[in-house]
Design a protein around this ligand. Structure first.
Ligand SMILES: NC(=O)c1ccc[n+]([C@@H]2O[C@H](COP(=O)([O-])OP(=O)(O)OC[C@H]3O[C@@H](n4cnc5c(N)ncnc54)[C@H](O)[C@@H]3O)[C@@H](O)[C@H]2O)c1
Length: 327
């Protein structure tokens, strides 16, 4: 049995708790949140304890892993405290808000020999994973280009940390990071990026539309489009290789064709529920902890997703082309 503690009892904590509840060998044992009503409500729903704070949570006997489910501004500090207590960590994306913080957090985990996972959940989507497998197996040939466009309407409370660049990192770190991470997962290291933002919802203090162009070191290219402000939601991902191409439509259907004539069709069905991604993520975490194996998505992966996101944000703010790695 894997005993799990949560720091943070907000929206994503509720999703992770529900996902873990579907897994036989996992148990949410305790929850800590600066808002005690939230921790109590989540603990009640899952028959867990409430801990007054992170330190108390980390002292619980038999705790196997800490999930950090708080706004990103606190992640670096919280990772370092958990690492020093010797508890494995699953931290929500973005790993941190700056590369300096990411380096400190990763170094603390390495020093303590504590495994650190960044919860880049989109990698667990079955069609995102199938695209990666088709590329890795050589079936699609060499990487040529990929894109990820996720446009939606998100009602952001103007008083929320999400609407504060210094607390959340804006649309780019909060949302487009998933798209940028998927592209880098496929295409590898990026040489340079350019980007443009648009601000269409003036109730928000942050960018709410983003378009970015990535040039990979392997010569391939990538493009992402992200919005929190379109009335009609739309999602499409795509991948072009030298021997075939595919599209993932609305995260439910993969279609494509290889140069040898093989049709690629994979249907998840219209009633596919994104919750499945969190169940897969939880199952992977629990399986690897039980086997004593490293996490599939590491702190270094989280740093890489952060670096590309910060580069895109800088490109959009300055209107320039930003080379990677960032200085
Ligand atoms: N992987 C995904 O798809 C996904 C989706 C949503 C959110 N997230 C990430 O999850 C994290 C949390 O997002 P959310 O939507 O749940 O936010 P939220 O505001 O709904 O919840 C955050 C909770 O953390 C608590 N908190 C804040 N500071 C704390 C501290 N120092 N100690 C203890 N508790 C503290 C708050 O009281 C709140 O209950 C963010 O990093 C976000 O980017 C990831």
């Amino acid at each position: 049995m894997i005993n799990i503690g949560f720091l943070g009892a907000g929206d994503i904590a509720a999703v992770h708790a529900a996902a873990l509840a579907t897994i036989d060998d996992a148990r949410l044992v305790a929850v800590a949140d600066v808002n005690p009503e939230r921790s109590q409500a989540l603990a009640n729903r899952h028959d867990a304890m409430v801990s007054p704070d992170l330190e108390a949570l980390l002292r619980l006997p038999g705790l196997d892993v800490l999930y950090i489910l708080t706004p990103p501004e606190g992640h670096a500090r919280q990772i370092i405290v958990a690492a020093e207590a010797g508890i494995p960590i699953v931290c929500e994306k973005p790993l941190t808000l700056t590369l300096a913080e990411a380096d400190q957090a990763i170094a603390a985990c390495k020093r303590a020999g504590v495994p650190l996972m960044t919860a880049l959940s989109h990698r667990y989507h079955p069609l995102a994973g199938l695209a990666k497998e088709l590329l890795q197996s050589g079936a699609l040939g060499d990487f040529v280009a990929a894109w990820s466009h996720r446009l939606t309407y998100l009602s952001v409370d103007p008083d929320s940390w999400l609407n504060d660049l210094s607390l959340g990192g804006g649309l780019t770190l909060q949302y487009a990071m998933h798209d940028l991470d998927w592209l880098c997962w496929l295409g590898g290291p990026v040489a340079q990026v350019s980007a443009q933002e648009a601000h269409t919802n003036f109730e928000l203090a942050i960018e709410d539309n983003l378009w970015a162009l990535l040039q990979f070191r392997n010569g391939g290219s990538g493009n992402i489009g992200a919005s929190w402000s379109v009335p009609s939601s739309w999602t499409e991902r795509g991948l072009i290789g030298s021997q075939g191409n595919l599209r993932i439509i609305e995260q439910k259907r993969l279609v494509g064709r290889l140069a040898n004539g093989r049709e690629l069709v994979e249907e998840l069905g219209d009633d596919y529920n994104w919750f499945d991604v969190f169940v897969r993520e939880s199952q992977d975490i629990v399986d690897l902890l039980q086997q004593g194996q490293p996490f599939s998505i590491t702190g270094d992966d989280g740093r890489q997703a952060l670096e590309i996101s910060l580069a895109v944000q800088k490109a959009a703010k300055t209107g320039g082309t930003i080379p990677l790695p960032l200085a």
